[in-house]
Design a protein. Structure first.
Length: 291
């Protein structure tokens, strides 16, 4: 039986991944900063990290720990380093020093891209400290046997304290709140449901290297928000398209084009990822089924 330890297991992605993997023949151990988990501590603490791994002796570590607030990473550089880089260094230091036969699956971000997409894995452009700290985390992950997945995900959250982009759009359109959506930021996300399934495939094959993992035919966040609302027959009159230079709520720079070429992952895993348009319909169905 494979022993899997999932760090950051109670977050937006982990709250869907953990119950999914428990359906299979895995022994799951969970970690969280402060929520209900088998181990609860800050992963930037090296001694506690080593203690956790020494006790659990995992065959596979899935690292979901991340400080994802772009503004906070810009304002508190050291916090970004501790969450997004130092925590990964501690994981790989344990794998290297213990001699454990352990594979790391590390979840990274599409924020390492900018400029006209679709981007391949070596087309890096770092534009803010969030992206820098996540890229440094990738370098740490690459020191050991690892699969590094650059991704972005949307879909229905399973935890009350974390809200996805589609949760935000759904809440705004159903409550009549006026919101501004970005017309000049492009991305190619997956749904949480599909990403969880892709991670389970990675568990089986354990490919080595960095892989983009996103949908085909990405679109602007504004087009995505409108398409998602329209697929649920929700009103869109409370949404206004703006460009990032008009977005006073953004204090840190955001990449304008994070669309990814995921053909390397598709070829490695022998699968075909969906278009973002088709994915929106699938996500909308999840909201319909939950309502």
């Amino acid at each position: 039986m494979k022993k899997i330890l999932i760090t950051g297991a109670t977050g937006l992605l982990g709250s869907s991944l953990v119950p999914h993997l428990k359906k299979y023949d895995y022994k799951i151990t969970t970690h969280s900063l402060s929520k209900q988990a088998d181990f609860m501590f800050d992963l930037s603490d090296k001694s506690k990290t080593f203690e956790m791994f020494n006790k659990s002796q995992p065959n596979i570590i899935i690292n979901l720990v991340s400080q994802t607030s772009v503004e906070l990473c810009e304002e508190q550089v050291h916090l970004a380093y501790l969450s997004n880089t130092r925590s990964v260094e501690n994981i790989t230091d344990w794998i290297g020093s213990s001699g454990a036969n352990c594979h790391l699956i590390h979840i990274s971000t599409d924020h390492v891209y900018d400029g006209l997409g679709e981007h391949k894995e070596d087309d890096i452009t770092i534009t803010n400290n969030y992206a820098f700290s996540k890229y440094a985390g990738e370098l740490a992950a690459a020191r050991v046997s690892s699969t590094i997945l650059r991704t972005n995900f949307v879909g229905r959250s399973q935890v009350s304290h974390r809200e996805s982009l589609t949760d935000w759009v759904y809440k705004a359109t159903t409550s009549g709140h006026f919101v501004k959506v970005l017309s000049d930021v492009f991305f190619s996300p997956l749904s949480i449901t599909l990403l969880v399934n892709m991670i389970e495939l990675v568990l089986q094959k354990k490919p080595i290297g960095i892989y983009n993992l996103g949908s085909h035919n990405g679109m602007s966040k504004a087009d995505f928000d409108f398409a998602f609302a329209e697929s649920l027959n929700l009103p869109t009159n409370t949404m206004t398209r703006i460009e990032t230079n008009q977005a006073k709520f953004l204090k840190a720079y955001r990449p304008k084009d994070m669309r990814m070429d995921s053909s390397k992952f598709e070829n490695e895993m022998n699968i075909k990822l969906p278009s973002l348009k088709d994915l929106i319909e699938q996500i909308a169905q999840e909201y319909n089924e939950a309502s």
